[in-house]
Design a binder for this molecule. Sequence first.
Ligand code: GSH
Length: 202
Amino acid sequence: VHRFYGTPTSPYTRIARIAAAEFGYGYEFCDLRWRVSPAELFEINPVGRVPLLVDGDKRIADSRIIWAYLEERKGAMRAKSLRLLGGSHRWDEENIVLQIYATLDATMVLRSMAETPPVTDHPYLSRSRERIDICLAAIDRTASRGFLIDPDRFGLAEAALIAATSVLKGYRIADIDRHRHIGSIRDRFTDRPSIAATRPSF
Ligand SMILES: N[C@@H](CCC(=O)N[C@@H](CS)C(=O)NCC(=O)O)C(=O)O
């Protein structure tokens, strides 16, 4: 039995939940918001972040590590269209996933600095905005070949891209519609069960 600690709108939590759906695992979802119960979160995960997966006596934190853990876990199933992490595509995928996570991390910086008392003028704020714009442009250039890693399969890169861009749209942090190649990858997987089942509302 898996238990997932996470926040419903957290893109990192969503990536981990997509992995659970893709590898055929059910779980109990425990809503844990760091703004609401920060002490409880630090208690279960010293890093103080969600998602956290509890599997028997194991605690696995961090969306990318949860993806790798579920992929390797005995009993994992998958559709043929699901791309695994390893293989000749790995280093290309690592670069793209890094750009997507950098976009997400910069989004979290912007969101945190907007909280009361808001920080409106700080060099790291402008750097984070710049990082989002430059990474999105780079990801869109990659996507202009019609796919991120390969044409027919879905994997961590697509899951992370969809989770990240939903949040950017939901919080109106970036104009995703300007990046039409990213848009066509989002459209391609919109009905995939793991994506449809984890779609957040903002
Ligand atoms: N690298 C982590 C990032 C997780 C993360 O930043 N989660 C946010 C929720 S959206 C969080 O818990 N933030 C609280 C904090 O940074 O203190 C992952 O991929 O899971």
